[in-house]
Design a protein around this ligand. Sequence first.
Ligand code: PFF
Length: 513
Amino acid sequence: MSNERGSWGSNIGFLLAAIGSAVGLGNIWGFPYKMGKSGGFTFLLIYLLLAIFVGFSIMMAELAMGRRTGKGTIGAYKELTSRFKWVGWLAVFAPFVIMSFYSVLGGYCIEYMALNLSNLAFAGAEVKTGADLFGAMLTNPFGCVMFTLLFMIICYLINRGGISGGIEKFNNVGMPALFVMLVIIIIRSLTLPGAVEGLKFMFVPGYAVEAGFIESAPSIGSVMATAGGQMFFSLSLAMGVMITYGSYLGKKENLVKNAAVIVFADTVVALMAGLAVIPAAVATYGPSAALSGPKLLFITLQDVFQTMGSVGSLFGVIFYLLVLVAAISSAISLVEVVVTFFMDRAAAKGKTGSRSRVVLLVCLAIMVEATIVAVDGLGSNGVWVPFQNSLGVVGSFNDCWLDFMDCLSEGLAMPLGALLMSIMVGWEIGSKTVLEEIHQGNSVKWVDGFLTFCLMFVVPLAMAFILGGQIGDYFSTSERSMYGVGYGVGAFVVVAAWLAAFTSPKRKARKGK
Ligand code: PFF
């Protein structure tokens, strides 16, 4: 299975790397608290339906696009479509932007791991509360930049090793280790007195309202938007990752099975992360702890570990190491999207690019943007305010640089990219193009009808709805709702993209007109 571009050493190696990309910070803090806040079991049900009909279809299509063209994101779009070539750029821009904050969060995990390690080593010394630690960390920009740099050096070293020599090797060890650490933390969390409240919060429909966790149940539309946004962020979709990883996959591997395993594993880990985090937080601090969002990870849980005494520091080390491994395995996939683009471009010009040099330059460029986010310290150091004033746009992304970068990438580029990709495949080039690829390595027939129907109808409509919901979520303020505008934009994009696909020369040639 080797060619000049490099390839996965084995299918299981590919699977662990793809699962590694999917399992990340999104699973560990996003999923549990969004699930609790959005109706527990109802959220889970909607999430599963979206994962099966939308996530699974996009996953198969992206893997097939990559393997068929043997190219990274931009190359694949260039080769396949005539009207949507620029979407490839969107799917390289977004991972680059995501890395501006993902690396900073990765840096926080290293810092917390080190803190717990030192608490363990100097047991008995006075320890700070989670809130004090977090505050002190954020207002120390130099420290944050250094830990971000450390995180980026780790990514550099792994990506430099290449597909099988770096990414695959890391995940082969990292993913099983993550699983074991997760099980240890779940056992600790579920055996705390009062853990059952957290379980009810997660799984019992309506319990969040009944027990006063939240005031009123969210509307079904808002649950769908939250679950949808979470689903494709968590599955690493519309970011070029699965196209890139698919382009290194052998022709005889089964794309349907692989896509199913990735979706299943990511969902199971998200649920497991919920079991590790929510019962512990609720048992120690009551209902509000479950809803503390990003704070949950760096304040609430740190306090939970500290209430356990010195053994808590040991759990703290294990927990933050687990989160760090999850963050690294996702970050290296984002870096690889950009690296593969440059490597393919060099190859297209007949040159052999130096992977080490490309990886170094990409990591340096990420470090530049990440420095802004790190120095801003979630808005604590005032770096965001001058920019916000000159921008004049308001919304919930308005607190800090991290939120703004998240809004650009997760809020806008991801749903837009997924929506356009499905219309491109479903209506412009035709699902047959990806199905031909899928049939190499899989002979199951039901995929044809399922994928064609999903890509033509279900995904565009669901994604338009999710895009609308994300715009509503990010740009609404307490005085002004932007959901109407959001859904309007979603509808407009669907119609415009559909017209572009329908009148495309590729479609006409395919139809013999
Ligand atoms: N899936 C990762 C998570 O859940 O944290 C984040 C992510 C990685 C998103 C890679 C997108 C991506 F391309």
